[in-house]
Design a protein around this ligand. Structure first.
Ligand code: PLP
Length: 384
């Protein structure tokens, strides 16, 4: 009789550990919001929950103006429209595809620039060399919610009169020097997708510097309508529904506890994975208040297994770690023909993409599971 390995057993979904699990508040707390929507029969178009949620989010995030969206991708597409970006946009290959896709949807040309080896964010020192007369903007990503070098990016942008739009999809609630990271750039966008530290099922937002910009973006996300008979731009439908906005309002009541639990888990991983040869946890810069949406590690050549072998060991145990971000965006068919997508231009990103593994992190993850994940890495390291 053969010995049954864990991967041979029929495991229920609840026994699997995924890289993330959406935070859901108690269902009974959502019922009054639903009753309110049913009473009022206002489902969308900037209804009362939409307005309350925008206000509450501004207060929570410490920003002055924000426009809610259906999702982060439409927020990105609209942000580029709002600033009338043209020609070439400098961006990172080390991100989720939506970052570069938003450029193609605007008929813009992505120009990929390599990342910094410490942060894996766009390397400002390399941005300048990629600027051409066609460049009109920089689209950096606060990858994993870890802050970009915003001052250096601002300096280059100012020198060359470029706009900066931050893809801050991972950066909900992140603060630097006691202030919101989202205040940087001409615009920043957020995602409230189910996989993010703060979710509204689907959702997103554009952080705006002033009321006038917000008003313009509000028009753009509503087909360009200013009033019943006036359309000022070829806008889109990017409005968040009342259901999502109500859910977001409720989520805000729980988000501090959820972020605190993420912080605890991140601290445990850092401790449990300390001093394993070849394993490097990606540090958040010391002046940042992080949100720990992800827990990325780099599996270096001093580790006893290759990254993909370790990935497979996790799968064998029904632990679904993820290789964010592998492949690089620049390797996908719609990008790989670009000159800037050529491998020797993106060596740092390429190396990171070959080593990265994001470990499970979410509020409901138990200490036992955190220890199990860390033990699997240590037990396979040959360090015992
Ligand atoms: C870096 C980044 N940008 C943009 C997006 C798109 O956001 P959404 O899924 O809300 O459209 C995501 C993820 O979902 C992301 O990770």
């Amino acid at each position: 009789m053969s010995v049954q390995r864990p991967s041979d057993t029929l495991r229920g979904d609840e026994e699997r550990i995924y890289v993330t699990q959406p935070y859901m508040p108690p269902l009974e707390e959502f019922i009054p919001y639903l009753e309110d929507i049913w009473d009022k029969r206002i489902l969308t178009n900037g209804g009362p929950f939409h307005q309350q949620f925008e206000q509450a989010l501004c207060e929570y995030l410490g920003v002055e103006h924000l426009s809610l969206f259906t999702n982060g991708t439409l927020a990105l597409v609209t942000a580029l429209q709002a600033l009338r970006i043209t020609g070439e946009v400098i961006t990172t290959p080390y991100s989720f595809v939506a970052t570069a896709h938003s450029l193609l949807w605007n008929g813009l040309k992505p120009v990929f620039v390599d990342v910094d080896p410490e942060t894996l964010n766009l390397d400002p020192a390399r941005v300048e060399a990629a600027i051409t007369p066609q460049t009109s903007a920089i689209l950096p990503v606060h990858c994993y919610g870890h802050p970009c070098d915003v001052d250096a990016i601002r300096r280059v942008a100012d020198n060359y009169n470029l706009k900066v739009i931050y893809d801050a999809a991972h950066a909900f609630g992140v603060r630097t020097q006691g202030q919101s990271l989202l205040r940087h750039g001409d615009l920043s966008i957020l995602s409230f997708h189910a996989t993010k530290a703060f979710n509204t099922f689907e959702g997103g937002a554009i952080i705006c510097p002033d009321a006038k910009t917000k008003q313009h973006i509000d028009h753009l996300k509503n087909f360009g309508f200013v009033d019943e008979a006036t359309v000022v731009a070829a806008g889109i439908n990017g409005k968040m529904s009342e259901l999502n906005a109500a859910f977001g309002l409720l989520q805000l009541k729980h988000v501090d506890a959820a972020l605190a639990r993420r912080r605890e888990i991140a601290a445990s991983y850092c401790q449990l994975l300390d001093d394993i040869p070849g394993i490097r946890c990606l540090p958040v810069c010391s002046s940042a208040e992080a949100n720990h949406t992800y827990f990325p590690i780099l599996v270096g050549k001093d580790y006893s297994l290759k990254r993909d072998d370790l990935f497979q060991r996790f799968r064998d145990q029904d632990i679904f770690v993820r290789r964010y971000f592998h492949p690089l965006i620049s390797d996908y068919p719609m990008y790989r023909g670009l000159v800037s997508a050529q491998p020797d231009n993106l060596q740092v990103a390429r190396d990171a993409s070959a080593q990265i593994l994001c470990l499970p992190i979410y509020p409901a993850l138990s200490n036992t599971d955190v220890e199990r994940v860390a033990a699997l890495i240590r037990d396979n390291s040959g360090a015992n």
